[in-house]
Design a protein around this ligand. Structure first.
Ligand SMILES: [Zn+2]
Length: 485
C-alpha cells in the first residue's frame, strides 16, 4: 500500500509538472513592437547617385598610417559638403584630427539627452591578387541590375551616406529634433579607430557630453539565422566581446635529442594548450546570448518555445547544444584560439625556449584577471610564464528601455516581418570607444542580407541591392523621428 501511495504522489507531481511546463510557452509574449509602416518617399535616383559617387573615393585604411591617401579622404569630405547642402547649412561640422567628422544637429529641448549615430568612411584594402576576381571595379560605384557595387557598400559607407541622406530628407521636410543629435564618422575604424572614433569620443567627453545611446554598425537582418524561426531576424549588438592575447613561454636547458628529459619544453607548452582545450571556459546561457533567445523564443515554433519557456528545466541541454557549434559556442563562453606556436630550430637539438600565443575573445562578465587566473590554474605548470594583454568586453546595454525599443520600432517600420533581437558581437567595432560617453551603445546595420553578403564584407565583390540601401536610409529617418517625439 505504501508503495502505491508513493507512486500516486509521483504521478500526481508529474502531471502537475507537465501541466506547468505546457502552460509556460503560452505565458511568454512577443517582445516585438507593432510596425507602423514608413511613409517616407525618397528621391531614389538622387540617393543612388550619391552613394555610387561616395564609393569612388579610395578612402582605404592601411595598418601603416603613412600609406593612407589623405587626398582621397579630403575629396570625400568635399563630396559630402556638395551633396548635402541642407545638412551643411543647418548642422555644425567639426573635424577631429582633420578627418574625423562630427555633425551636431541642435535640438529644441536642451533638457533631453542627446543621441549619437556613428559610422566610418574608411574601407579595407582590396587584397592584392584578388583585384581580378571582382566582377566590377571595387571603386567604380557601378550600379547595374538593381545592385550597387564597391568596397564600402556594406562596411560602412552605407552608414555614412544613409545617415546623411536621412538628415537631408528630414531637413527638407522642415523636421526639427527635440534633442541634440550627433553624427560621428570615423576614418580609421578598420585599424582600431584611435584617431577617429576614439579621439571624437575623448573630445566630446571633455565637453561633458553624455549620450542616451550611440548607434553604430554591427549585426544585420538575416534570413534562416535562428532555427525554429521563419521570419528574418535582425540582431542588434548590445555588447562586444573583449579580445586578449595570452603568451605562454618556457625557458630551460635544451640538450641533445639523443638523451632527452621526460618533459621537454615543447611537450610542456603543448600539454598546456591541450589542457586548455580540454577544459574550456564554462559555457553558460547568460547576458547578451541569453537576451537573444529571450527575444526570439516568443516567435518560435511550439516545440522550441516549449524548451525556451522552460529554461529552468532545459538550460543545461540548451547550453550543450549551443556548445556543439563554434558560432553558437562563442555566444555563451570566452573562447580559446591558439594561433602561434614557436620552438626549435634544428632537428637534433632540444630547444631552450618554447612559446605559444593564444587569442581569447572574452565574454562580458569575465574579466582579464579571471581569464589569466583560469589559464594559470588550468595549465598547472609553474615553469610556464603566462602573460595576458588585451581589452575587456564592452559594457552591456539595456534592452528594456526606450532606447532599444526605438531601434526595434524603426527597424520594423521598414522591415515589418523582421524580428529584432539583441545579441553579442564577436568582432570589434568603433562602438566601444563611445562606451565611456554613452549610457548605451548599440550595433546594427539596417539592411537585410544573406550570409554570403557577410562574407563579401572584407572580401571580394562587396555589393548591396538598391532596395536595401533605400531601406537603410528609411531606417535612419525612422530612428531620428522615433527618438524625437
Ligand atoms: Zn565597419
Amino acid at each position: 500500500m505504501k508503495i502505491k501511495r508513493v507512486l500516486l504522489i509521483i504521478i500526481a507531481l508529474l502531471v502537475i509538472m507537465i501541466g506547468f511546463t505546457l502552460t509556460n510557452p503560452f505565458l511568454i509574449s512577443s517582445k516585438q513592437p507593432a510596425p507602423a509602416l514608413t511613409s517616407v518617399v525618397l528621391d531614389e535616383e538622387a540617393a543612388v547617385e550619391h552613394f555610387s559617387k561616395a564609393l569612388t573615393y579610395k578612402t582605404v585604411s592601411y595598418q601603416e598610417r603613412k600609406k593612407f591617401d589623405l587626398q582621397e579622404f579630403n575629396q570625400f569630405i568635399t563630396f559630402l559638403k556638395n551633396s548635402y547642402p541642407a545638412v551643411h547649412e543647418k548642422l555644425e561640422l567639426e573635424l577631429i584630427n582633420d578627418y574625423g567628422l562630427v555633425y551636431k544637429w541642435t535640438g529644441t529641448n536642451p533638457e533631453e539627452k542627446p543621441i549619437g549615430l556613428t559610422s566610418h568612411y574608411d574601407v579595407v584594402p582590396i587584397l592584392s591578387g584578388t583585384e581580378k576576381n571582382w566582377e566590377m571595379d571595387p571603386f567604380s560605384g557601378t550600379v547595374k541590375d538593381g545592385l550597387i557595387w564597391g568596397r564600402g557598400t556594406l562596411d560602412d559607407k552605407i552608414g555614412v551616406i544613409g545617415i546623411m541622406e536621412a538628415a537631408e530628407y528630414l531637413l527638407n521636410e522642415g523636421f526639427a529634433p527635440s534633442r541634440d543629435m550627433y553624427f560621428m564618422f570615423g576614418f580609421d575604424e578598420e585599424i582600431g579607430g584611435e584617431l577617429g572614433a576614439k579621439a571624437i569620443a575623448e573630445t566630446l567627453k571633455q565637453r561633458g557630453i553624455q549620450f542616451d545611446f550611440v548607434l553604430d554598425e554591427g549585426g544585420a537582418i538575416v534570413e534562416n539565422m535562428v532555427p525554429g524561426v521563419d521570419q528574418p531576424v535582425g540582431v542588434v549588438g548590445i555588447s562586444e566581446k573583449g579580445s586578449a592575447t595570452a603568451t605562454l613561454s618556457i625557458k630551460g636547458s635544451g640538450g641533445h635529442s639523443s638523451q632527452p628529459k621526460d618533459r621537454t619544453n615543447i611537450g610542456r607548452i603543448a600539454s598546456a594548450i591541450s589542457k586548455l582545450e580540454e577544459t574550456q571556459f564554462d559555457g553558460e546561457l547568460r547576458g547578451p546570448g541569453n537576451d537573444l533567445f529571450e527575444f526570439v523564443a516568443p516567435e518560435m515554433s511550439f516545440g522550441m518555445k516549449y524548451v525556451f519557456a522552460n529554461k529552468f528545466l532545459f538550460k543545461p541541454i540548451i547550453e550543450k547544444i549551443l556548445l556543439q557549434e563554434p558560432a553558437t559556442a562563442a555566444l555563451i563562453r570566452t573562447t580559446i584560439a591558439p594561433t602561434i606556436f614557436q620552438a626549435g630550430e634544428q632537428y637534433n637539438a632540444l630547444p631552450e625556449e618554447a612559446s605559444a600565443i593564444i587569442n581569447l575573445r572574452i565574454m562580458p562578465g569575465d574579466s582579464l584577471e579571471d581569464v589569466e587566473a583560469f589559464i594559470v590554474e588550468t595549465i598547472d605548470d609553474e615553469g610556464i610564464t603566462v602573460t595576458l594583454e588585451g581589452s575587456e568586453a564592452s559594457n552591456v546595454s539595456s534592452t528594456d528601455g526606450p532606447q532599444f525599443k526605438s531601434i526595434q520600432q524603426a527597424a520594423r517600420n521598414v522591415y515589418e516581418d523582421a524580428i529584432i533581437a539583441p545579441y553579442l558581437m564577436f568582432a570589434g567595432s568603433d562602438a566601444k570607444h563611445y562606451d565611456s560617453i554613452s549610457d548605451n551603445t548599440y550595433r546594427f546595420l539596417p539592411v537585410q542580407i544573406t550570409s554570403e553578403d557577410l562574407n563579401r564584407m572584407h572580401g571580394t565583390n562587396e555589393h548591396i541591392s538598391i532596395s536595401n540601401y533605400l531601406n537603410a536610409i528609411k531606417f535612419y529617418i525612422e530612428i531620428m523621428k522615433e527618438t524625437n517625439k
